[in-house]
Each structure stands twice: as structure tokens, then as C-alpha cells.
Design a protein around this ligand. Sequence first.
Ligand code: ADP
Ligand code: MG
Length: 330
Amino acid sequence: EAVVNRIAAGEVLQRPVSAVKELVENSLDAGSTSVSVLVKDGGLKLIQVSDDGHGIRYEDLPILCERHTTSKLSTYEDLQTIKSMGFRGEALASMTYVGHVTVTTITKGQLHGYRATYRDGLMEHEPRPCAAVNGTQIVVENLFYNMIARRKTLQNSADEYPKIVDLLSRFAIHHKNVSFSCRKHGAARADVHSTAASSRLDAIRSVYGVTVARNLMKINTSDNDQLSSNFEMVGLISNANYVAKKITMVLFINDRLVECGALKRAIEIVYAATLPKASKPFVYMSIMLPSEHVDVNVHPTKREVSLLNQEIIIEKIQSVIESTLRSSNA
Ligand code: ADP
Ligand code: MG
């Protein structure tokens, strides 16, 4: 059973950045306004995520890391609306099967917090009282310590930390009212350091730099035809002056960071046809649609999604991008 759990956990958490994504999403779900990430050895030695969210109640700590423990759905309707977020109550449990997890948390109005450690889905001992200021800090150590081959592959790859920085950059521009930081252990300064920004463009400027921000144009489109498609999209896309070697596509659907290969390719096609010299755009896009229209089960890491009425949505987005590019280039 332990082996089965470990294999399943290795599927849910493919690499350190998958664990960081789950932890940061939990922090955001807890209403945090500040999320800090500290990483050692590309996440293999240590991933530490600290937030100022609502914390975890003492009585919830014993079962926190059991599989399918989630505080986020209680009714069938919840299940419907929450479907877009993928599997529930798997992330923390999975971390305990392939790493060592320590949770320190304090709920509002308490004088002290509690700390608990977990292995293989179980809390190791009674939570111990400890000093804590606010929110929750989750530490995952020695990720994949019991998956030798995986650990070896990851140890030889230099791009685990850049992947984490990239992830935090994406969160920082979508959740512009939350401050994020991401720092490598021992480094003096953070690689992502965003403070709550007044506009999305400000957030992009602080994370991706002035060159990107200066060359962006606002787009939006929507459709409220209940029968065909029903969605709203707002975004920022690069103009003819933005020249890069590869496309940057930051996509949030219903406030979840996802990937949609079909949409990304469709956007590349429009750029290639309209602005061949600037055909590798920077694209930030936020799409809202009924959650039952999002299918996240394409991939176990639940980043790749497909949408109901995908063709209609993609065509609408292509056409607004095309007209925006044409009018800016005229
Ligand atoms: P899910 O997010 O799908 O509910 P997880 O395994 O990611 O499942 O987390 C399990 C539960 O632990 C959450 O439902 C939540 O109640 C609690 N939790 C995890 N991280 C935090 C956090 N940073 N702040 C508050 N609660 C948290
Ligand atoms: Mg979660």
C-alpha cells in the first residue's frame, strides 16, 4: 500500500515545481495577501511556502495530509463548481508520501500556533504549540527521497529553480493584489519580488520588466450565448516592437493557472500571419467561463485543459487578436 501511494504521489507531483504550485494555490485559497517561497537545491532539499492566510484549525491538523481530505467541498454543488480545479485533497497527502512535510500554522485571534510533521499520510505526533505570527508555513524536505531514479534525474537538471521562478512570476501578474516573493536559499535577494500593484501592467512591469510592459496592448472579448459558448476574456498582448525567441503564454482560466496547447498554437498562428517579425509574443490572458465547461482531466498534473466549445472560443480570441494587431500596426 505504501508503494502504491508513493507511485500515485509521484504521478500527482512530477517535479518540485508541481509541489510549489499546489502549495501556493493553497495559500491563495486561504485568502493570503502575501506568499513567500524559499527553495534549496531546486526544491529537492527544501521547499518552504509561507503565507498570511486564514490558517488551519488545530482540530483539522490530524487528518490534514490524509488523501481526499479537503476543506473545500462539502456539497454536490461544490463539487460541480470546484471541478475546474481538478482532483481535490490530493496534494498535501501526496507530498507526505514522497517527502517530509512540516506544517506551522496559526488561526486568527490565537495566541500561539501549532506545528505538526507528517509522513505517508499520517501525522507523526500531537501538534506542538509554537510561536507564530500569522497564516501558514509549509515545509517540504527531501522531496523524492524514496524515488531514487527521479531524484537523480532532477539533481542533474539545472532548470528546476528557474521553473519555480517562472511559476511565481505567473501567479504574481494574475494575482496582482497579492505580494509574492521567491528566493533561493542563501541568496541575498529574491528573484521574484512583487508588491500589491494597482494595475496588471504595473505588476507585469515589476516582474517581467519595462521592455515587456511597454509593448503590451489590452484586449478583451466575450460571448454570452448560453448555447454555443459563454465566456469572458481579458488580456494583454505584445505589439510589433516586442521581439523574442519564444512565446510567453500566461493563461488563467477561472483564476487557475493552466495550459491550453490548442489556444497557444492558435495565437502563434495569428501572430505569424499578422506580425511575422514579432511572431513570438508575450500573452497574458484571463478567461472566465462556467466551470462545468472546463475539462482538466487531460493530464494528471492538471495543467493542460480542454474547453467545451473550444473552437468557438479560440476563433473569437483569434479574431480579436488579429484586429488589435492590425489596427496597432496600421
Ligand atoms: P485541496 O487544496 O484540494 O483541498 P490539499 O491537499 O492541497 O487539498 O490541501 C488540503 C487541505 O489543507 C485544504 O483543503 C485546506 O483546508 C488545508 N490547507 C492546505 N494548505 C493551506 C494553507 N496554506 N492555509 C490554510 N489551509 C491550508
Ligand atoms: Mg490544494
